[in-house]
Design a protein. Structure first.
Length: 74
């Protein structure tokens, strides 16, 4: 899948996936959302990204979860 808003550059943020044109790692925003922050509060804190960036970040994480084998205890 081609990501419109996400890029990984080995010269930026250690190669972590970031929102294109920023130094904001996708994982940072997902962690905020996972901790209970609202999309609106994240957008206010990071005005260089949009709702579309966040939604693509969630789709990106969902796709990774489909392919990663994780050990999760019951």
């Amino acid at each position: 899948m081609k990501w419109k808003y996400i890029a990984a550059d080995p010269n930026l943020c250690g190669g972590k996936p970031c929102f294109r044109g920023t130094r904001i790692p996708v994982s940072l925003i997902l962690n905020y959302l996972g901790a209970g922050e609202t999309v609106e509060s994240v957008l206010k804190e990071y005005p260089s990204i949009t709702r579309r960036h966040i939604l693509e970040g969630i789709r990106f994480a969902a796709q990774l979860a489909d392919f990663e084998e994780l050990e999760i205890s019951a």
